[in-house]
Design a protein around this ligand. Structure first.
Ligand SMILES: Nc1nc2c(c(=O)[nH]1)N[C@H]1C(S)=C(S)[C@@H](COP(=O)(O)O)O[C@H]1N2
Ligand SMILES: [Mo]
Length: 336
């Protein structure tokens, strides 16, 4: 893998992870930037936003370099979208629920690529972040991700420089990051410095060793098949009641957020640990936003209860009970 830019200094270097909000604290529809979870595998690069530029090359007719000022002069688009970390790159069986919902602002990526002239044989977008170093014992010259070009050309993907109307902070990828609404956060390359169109998937560690979930042989018939961690399937999180709440024997409002790349079409709620389910009401989504669900519950007796939520997306995918990035969220409460 060639690094198309001079090495930058990382300070702090190494894995950075901050998860300020647990599901029961996700009270706001729009997550403020200061409360957003933070993930960086290799560290935070010390870069000069003023001189930032991005190169567009590979399978395009007119390779070019754009300054930040040139990008700011292009029409600004905003996209409301959930933003979710996939969790552990090699552990698709672990659920982490690092989730937010924000409004990204920036330039329409499809328009930028079309202006560069897309060659017929281009199939994938490769996106390069300038951070480099060692993650989980593997050396990387840069943070390189890929995505199918068909998804990018469907629309909504941004070269983002704003979040919730504020400039994107350095730790969140400022001055420029990639946003692909509906895709896991790992694909939202921060400190974006190069876009390359290619006819194949990228070969760096973050698209091969990491974030490439093995598919059980039973599902495909083929050994060694894998699935890139791109689109987010149905998922939901219970905001209220909070875990270990002590509730009174009266009508209780159960609510939370549900989200999926394809949109959520239904959320079922159980108050008996998954033995029985009732259909909650779910609001329609705005662009790629998360969707609020709610249902009221009148416990028939005092005691301990396990509340669960299970979302279904527009592709018919239902959240699995366990052992998945998007496994069902359960909250234990006590009614007294
Ligand atoms: N350049 C670069 N971009 C990156 C990462 C990274 O390590 N380097 N981490 C990714 C991961 S795993 C996630 S979940 C999101 C987190 O974005 P946030 O910290 O702004 O919430 O950034 C993604 N973009
Ligand atoms: Mo992540």
């Amino acid at each position: 893998m060639t690094r198309p830019f001079p090495p930058v200094i990382l300070d702090p270097a190494g894995l950075q992870r901050r998860i300020p909000l647990a599901p029961h604290q996700l009270l706001d529809r729009i997550t403020p930037q200061r409360d957003l979870f933070l993930l960086a595998h290799l560290g935070i690069p010390r870069i000069d936003p003023a001189s930032w530029q991005i190169t567009i090359d590979g399978l395009v007719e007119r390779p070019s370099t754009l300054s930040l000022a040139a990008l700011h002069r292009l029409p600004k688009q905003t996209v409301e979208s959930f933003h979710e970390c996939a969790g552990y790159p090699r552990r698709p069986d672990i659920t982490t629920r690092r989730i937010a919902n924000v409004v990204w602002g920036g330039v329409d990526l499809a328009a930028v690529l079309r202006a560069a002239g897309i060659n017929d044989d281009a199939r994938y977008l490769w996106a390069y972040g300038v951070d480099h170093g060692t993650y989980d014992g593997t050396q990387a010259d840069c943070y390189l991700k890929d995505a199918p070009l068909t998804r990018i050309l469907e629309g909504g993907a941004l070269l983002a420089y704003e979040i919730n109307g504020e400039p994107l902070a350095l730790e969140h990828g400022g001055p420029l990051r990639l946003i692909i609404p509906g895709y896991y956060g790992t694909n939202a390359v921060k400190w974006l410095s190069r876009l390359e169109l290619a006819d194949r998937r990228a070969s760096g560690p973050f698209t091969t060793i990491f974030y490439n979930d093995p598919i059980p042989k039973a599902e495909t018939g083929a050994a060694d098949a894998s699935r890139p961690v791109w689109e987010v399937p149905a998922e939901s999180a219970i905001v209220a009641p909070a875990p270990d709440s002590i509730l009174r024997l009266e009508e209780i409002d159960i609510w939370g957020w549900a989200w999926a790349a394809a949109g959520v079409v239904g959320v079922e709620v159980s108050t008996d640990g998954g033995a029985s389910w009732r259909e909650a009401t779910v609001e329609p989504r705005a662009e790629w936003s998360w969707q609020r669900f709610r249902i009221s519950w009148e416990p028939e007796s005092v005691g301990r209860f396990m509340i669960m939520a299970r979302a279904t997306d527009a592709r018919g995918h239902v959240q699995p009970a366990r052992d998945a990035r998007n496994a069902i969220h359960a909250v234990a409460v006590e009614v007294r």
